[in-house]
Ligand binder design. Structure first.
Ligand SMILES: [Zn+2]
Length: 249
């Protein structure tokens, strides 16, 4: 498993944007987009899906983090531009995000398929993705949208506690520390981040819903949208996902 992870990371960090997969090719490649509100557990589902379907996971969050630690010389013009926006604390504009994904075009045509996470975020980006794929005679198989009632999102996220010293995260119900308010790993003090307060979560959720509604409409009209309930355990959600995929693809 550890080795696979490393290869997946290569896909993202390789300067040329060349996919580094070497495993046997699966019976069919899946090309998918993941959507889901914060707290819906999309990241866990992405990991499980990659394992099961052997697709490459392209998370723009990972790409952006990689950009931050990369030496300036290795950055493509799009990545340099993105870094400038990030350093100014600004949102990365659509065209820059699209250029970064375009840098990784070979990744999108990987014969293992792909799982996009964090892209597209806007309708404009979604239309650009459709164009990029059709220029390679490719198309999406499905868009997985993980949904969770707002109250459930708030219950999940507001239980999170973070260590002041090592940044490890715990959850008061799902992953409690051995000692109350004390980090298992380093003994540091656990606290609730500003972002994890119910009021902040509500604001984030509203922003998410506003920006995602046009996307889900777009993919629904194309017959690609699979809405999956993110209630229950990661295994239950994953089984639901496989079932929905089996019916669709
Ligand atoms: Zn700690």
């Amino acid at each position: 498993m550890g080795e696979n992870r490393e290869q997946e990371t290569c896909c993202l960090e390789n300067g040329a944007g060349v996919c580094g997969c070497t495993e046997d090719i699966p019976s069919r490649p899946y090309r998918m987009v993941l959507l889901g509100a914060p707290g819906a557990g999309k990241g866990t589902q992405a990991e499980l899906l990659c394992e099961k379907l052997k697709t490459c996971h392209l998370s723009t969050g990972d790409v952006f983090r990689a950009v931050k630690c990369r030496d300036g010389k290795e950055l493509s013009p799009a990545m340099k531009a993105a870094l400038d926006f990030m350093q100014r604390g600004e949102l990365i504009p659509d065209d820059t995000v699209i250029a970064m994904v375009r840098d990784r075009m070979s990744y999108l045509s990987c014969e293992y398929g792909f799982l996009l996470d964090g892209f597209p975020r806007t309708l404009y980006q979604a239309e650009a993705l459709t164009e990029m794929l059709s220029s390679q005679a490719l198309k999406l198989d499905a868009v997985l949208d993980y949904t969770l009632p707002p109250e459930e999102v708030i219950a999940r996220l507001s239980g999170r506690r973070t260590c002041r010293s090592c940044r490890a995260t715990f959850h008061v119900i799902h992953k409690p520390p051995r000692l109350q308010k004390i980090c298992d790993k380093c003994g540091g003090e656990l606290f609730q981040r500003e972002d994890d307060r119910p009021e902040s979560i509500r604001v984030r959720l509203e922003a998410y819903n506003r920006s995602t509604a046009p996307l889900t409409d777009y993919y629904s009209a194309k017959g690609l949208l699979l809405t999956i309930s993110a209630e229950g355990s990661p295994e239950e959600i994953f089984n639901r996902t496989l079932l929905a995929l089996k019916e669709k693809v």
